[in-house]
Design a protein around this ligand. Structure first.
Ligand code: NAD
Ligand code: MLT
Length: 529
């Protein structure tokens, strides 16, 4: 497996990969975009921080890529949808740098309050000045936290340790989380107009871009302090500059920028403002955090290599690993059913339903559904369908996917039934596990019983004496050996379905002979991968 590292990642954390003989690890920092386009096609995984834009264009060159591993929490530099469409897993390291970011938020806030950067520069330049660097305290001030997630929660606790009152605006958390952390949940308007310090800790997305604008600044207290250690652009930077220049804001401490490295005039002015404390996106730059996130993403790459479930994929549902271990045989069964029905059912399916009955139905069956869907779709598209993109591919093709569960099962302790609705009618296939091996027990409304093998032949015809003999003779003449056979019929002399597993493929000429010999209404071969 070839892995490319395009941003600075802790070497210690990468040791896991460096020590694995199956992995070729190439650290290629500071590549031009075009250079990366040229070489990305050689790699199975890419490890980045926020410095590499993993966008649709880059991914279009990434023909071999299976994983984008973001050594940090923010995935705003990764086009997750484009990756998902290509079946590429995106993982991040959502916990490893939380503490580091929370401590940095407090560090830059305290530096701002106590004029540490200016006082430091003054003393180092040989001056001894004290009065100009008189600061303000946090004690008994009101902290307004926007986004009470992992980092925001820690900033809240630390603010309380400084004896601040803490207000929170976060529409997605429970009131309990806010009260458990000793904070009060309020509206954005209330937070903006009451806080002495506002610190943002949301992800950057369409909803949070420009979350704080010039209008919000109007309603803030005079002398407001603003902290942004989350993402550039959550606080409108031009509005921030105006608030500093107009005297509304007493100061601000920013670690992150809408353009990194900052190059435009507004950002240059903002950074240069004397009441700004600034750092170049250092929130996660502690030795501890960098080791943590590098270890976390390295583990994910090893999970991928070892075909184990990844822990922190942002584009695949996360399932408990014990549950996954139990589900694996059923995922295989669903894949067999999906593979089989996709070859036998009429074209243009509009809906697929996965029905689970028996003990299995007590669990979350979504991984089984996705595994079945992967197999169902893989036959009908050139694109590789996998657990990452199966639902997206189904949606794009207009295929509705439904799932139902019932713990009651009449004959089998566990049964998976897959129904496909097509313009030519509904087709159903059902299977169970027999001593861990997939067994198909129903096709359409025929009760049958066979273990799917590589080459299968399915016929339906009117049940007449001698039909099976004729089929056997024709297959024998074509030198096709029958391994096993299962016959299903509704009534004597009615329509019958027979499924053969054969040792070699059956050609078109033989299929035509079979159709003629038994008056088959349906003849198809299926190949199980
Ligand atoms: P998180 O997902 O744990 O928390 C985000 C919180 O924001 C959640 O509670 C969510 O409900 C809330 N939220 C989402 N949309 C919101 C909205 N519109 N209004 C109010 N709240 C909203 O994320 P986290 O790990 O705490 O990270 C927070 C931010 O810090 C992210 O932007 C992350 O990229 C950034 N970060 C920066 C650094 C750094 O180096 N400066 C390091 C780590 C994290
Ligand atoms: C993050 O999103 O984790 C931070 O921005 C840290 C980083 O990657 O530098």
């Amino acid at each position: 497996m070839k892995v490319i590292v395009t941003d600075e990642i802790s070497e210690k954390g990468l040791e896991l990969l460096q020590n694995d003989p199956r992995i070729q690890l190439d650290v290629r920092l500071e590549l031009e975009k075009t250079e990366l386009y040229q070489i990305i096609g050689d790699y199975d995984a890419i490890i980045t921080r926020s410095g590499t834009q993993v966008d649709a264009k880059l991914l279009s060159h990434a023909t071999r890529l299976k994983m984008v591993a973001r050594a940090g929490v923010g995935i705003d530099n990764v086009d997750v949808l484009a990756a998902s469409e290509r079946g590429i897993i995106v993982v991040n390291a959502p916990f490893g740098n939380t503490n580091s970011a929370a401590e940095h938020s407090m560090a830059i806030l305290l530096s701002l309050c106590r004029n540490v950067p200016d006082a430091n520069a003054s003393l180092k330049s040989g001056q001894w000045q004290r009065a100009p660097f008189t600061g303000c305290e946090l004690k008994h001030k009101t902290m307004g936290i926007i986004g009470l997630g992992k980092v925001g929660g820690r900033v809240a606790l630390r603010s309380r340790a400084f004896e601040m009152d803490v207000l929170v605006y976060d529409p997605y958390i429970s009131e309990k989380r806010a009260t458990d952390l000793g904070t009060s949940l309020v509206s954005l308007d209330e937070l903006v107009s009451t806080a002495d310090v506002i610190s943002v800790h949301t992800p950057l997305n369409e909803e949070t871009h420009d979350l704080i604008t010039a209008e919000h600044f109007v309603n803030m207290k005079d002398g407001i302090l603003i902290v942004n250690c989350a993402r550039g652009g959550i606080i409108n930077e031009a509005a921030m500059l105006d608030a500093l220049e107009g005297g509304k804001a007493a100061g601000a401490a920013f670690d992150v920028w809408s353009e990194e490295p900052p190059d435009n005039a507004t950002l240059k002015k903002l950074i240069a403002h004397p009441r700004m404390v600034v750092t170049p996106h250092l929130g996660a730059n502690t030795f501890e955090a960098q080791t943590n996130v590098a270890v976390d993403v390295s583990r994910e790459i090893l999970n991928l290599l070892d075909d184990k479930p990844v822990e922190n994929a942002v584009n695949i549902a996360r399932f408990d690993s014990d549950l996954m271990a139990q589900m694996r045989p059923f995922m295989k069964l669903a894949a067999v059913l999906g593979d089989f029905i996709s070859q036998l059912a009429p074209e243009n399916p509009g809906k697929v339903t996965f029905n689970y009955t028996g003990k299995l139905a007590t669990h979350d069956c979504m991984p089984i559904t996705v595994a079945g869907l992967v197999a169902l779709l893989n036959r009908c598209t050139d694109q590789e369908v996998n657990m990452v993109n199966a639902n997206l591919v189904a949606e794009r093709r207009g295929l509705v996917v439904e799932q139902s569960r019932s713990t009651e099962s009449e004959f089998f302790s566990n049964l998976i039934t897959l129904s496909l609705e097509t313009p030519q009618g509904k087709r159903t296939i059902a299977g169970t596990l027999f001593e861990g091996t997939p067994k198909i027990v129903k096709m359409r409304d025929f009760d049958i019983d066979f273990t799917p093998e590589e080459h299968m032949l399915v016929l339906t015809y009117k049940d007449r004496p001698g039909s099976i003999g004729k089929i056997g003779t024709i297959l024998g003449e074509a030198e096709v050996n029958i391994g096993a056979m299962s016959l299903g019929r509704r009534v004597k002399g009615g329509e019958a379905m027979v499924v053969f597993s054969v040792d070699s493929p059956v050609d078109e000429k033989t299929l035509a002979k079979l159709t003629e010999a038994v008056g088959a209404s349906f003849v198809k071969v299926a190949y199980l991968s």
